[in-house]
Design a protein around this ligand. Structure first.
Ligand SMILES: [Ca+2]
Ligand SMILES: [Ca+2]
Length: 400
């Protein structure tokens, strides 16, 4: 009995195996017709149960390709489908070399490697300290390519960035000048070691002329000789600090004081306000009496007396042409005001040796002239004696 049972089971197994093999054989014939080995030599790689079933070794449920075939019963009818959804059509997988399973998404042709041959680039970045600059690839072609040899760097000449000042600390603004501006200076700047930048050094303001000034001020000469009048002519609004000073005052540096001259009326100092910054101005100084010929105008500063050429003498007045911060401005700064200690040096009186005595001249005699005159005076008695002798001799000869 047992033997009968084993025999039965053996026949069932053989028949089952035959049925499976027979079914596979039918499909395979059809498959071979669609994909002949003669045309696709490697197609045999996928000619097994795994073509249509999830498990090649133990064929059970169909995979996606098997299901598609079961539905259509036509290999040609499903070859343009991508049954397993791996991105390749069933035909592309089967005819690929090597072929892959159209029902197994994990089995698919290796991607085709295309090397990029053309590129578009970003702009080059700033030149770096190593004298190179770089750019990046924006796009490349052909589509889907990889690699290639994009040119991403080039040589350049690195220029160190200038360290420009961006922040400043300032002094206070100075007083408002006659041009309605006031200035300040940079005390410090940052970042450290910077240069340049655009500090704001001036601003508008409203100039207010100094109070108490006048266009004409009269003071008594320091030497008591009379009145000295200082008046503005052009280029300044008013005068302040008009002061008469002795030329020998302790406040006046005596270096350079001319010899043979005297400041008969002393000096007069004044401040001329509201001169255009750096501009020129004219001031007229009228002295108590006519200014002697040969007089010179002197100005004084911290180093002493200096003859001033920017002056015109006429009668008892001298007109000074002055420049703010320059000629004639003893404060030395183009600051809208002119400070001007000035005096007229006249030749000193020289007592002559004339017989009538007591006379004097204003230095009009030269040293040579004086010497000749003195000689003439010295020898005059001898001339008288000689003349007397000459006349006496003539008288004797006549009497003979
Ligand atoms: Ca596929
Ligand atoms: Ca596949």
């Amino acid at each position: 009995m047992k033997r009968l049972i084993f025999l039965f089971l053996g026949m069932v197994m053989v028949l089952a195996g035959y049925g499976s093999a027979h079914a596979f054989g039918n499909y395979l014939d059809t498959f071979n017709t669609q994909y002949p080995t003669s045309q696709f030599p490697n197609v045999n790689n996928v000619k097994n149960c795994g073509l249509c079933h999830l498990n090649a070794a133990n064929p059970g449920a169909r995979n996606a390709y098997g299901l598609a075939y079961a539905s259509s019963r036509s290999f040609s009818g499903i070859e343009n489908l991508d049954s397993d959804g791996d991105g390749f059509t069933n035909r592309a997988e089967i005819t690929n070399n090597p072929p892959t399973y159209p029902g197994d998404a994990a089995s698919k042709p290796a991607p085709v490697v295309v090397t990029c041959t053309s590129f578009t680039y970003s702009d080059f970045a700033a030149c770096q300290s190593n004298n190179t600059q770089t750019r990046t690839v924006v796009s490349s072609s052909p589509a889907g390519c990889t690699g290639g040899s994009p040119v991403l760097t080039q040589s350049c000449t690195f220029v160190p960035p200038t360290n420009t000042c961006t922040s400043f600390t300032y002094s206070d603004f100075g007083t408002c000048q006659s041009n309605n501006t006031q200035t300040r200076t940079v005390v410090s700047s940052s970042p450290s070691g910077c240069t340049g930048g655009t500090p704001v050094l001036t601003q508008s303001c409203t100039f207010v002329p100094p109070a108490g000034g006048s266009t004409s001020v009269t003071v008594t000469a320091a030497e008591g000789t009379g009145q000295i009048t200082v008046e503005t002519l052009t280029g300044g609004t008013n005068l302040t600090n008009v002061t008469a000073i002795s030329s020998s005052a302790g406040s006046i540096v005596q270096n350079g004081k001319p010899t043979g001259f005297a400041f008969n009326n002393g000096l007069v100092s004044f401040k001329l306000n509201a001169v255009a910054t750096g501009g020129t101005a004219q001031v007229k100084i009228t002295l108590p009496a006519a200014i002697p010929a040969g007089s010179k105008v002197y100005k004084t500063d911290a180093t002493g007396f200096h003859e001033y050429s920017g002056a015109t003498i006429s009668g008892n007045a001298v007109t000074l042409t002055l420049t703010d911060g320059g000629n004639g401005d003893s404060d030395g700064a183009a600051n809208g005001s002119i400070t001007d200690p000035v005096g007229i040096a006249s030749p000193v009186a020289v007592v002559s040796d004339d017989d009538d005595g007591g006379g004097c001249s204003m230095g009009g005699r030269s040293a040579t002239a004086t010497a000749l005159a003195d000689s003439a005076i010295m020898f005059s008695p001898l001339l008288i004696i000689a003349a007397a002798r000459f006349l006496r001799r003539r008288k004797v000869e006549t009497e003979k």
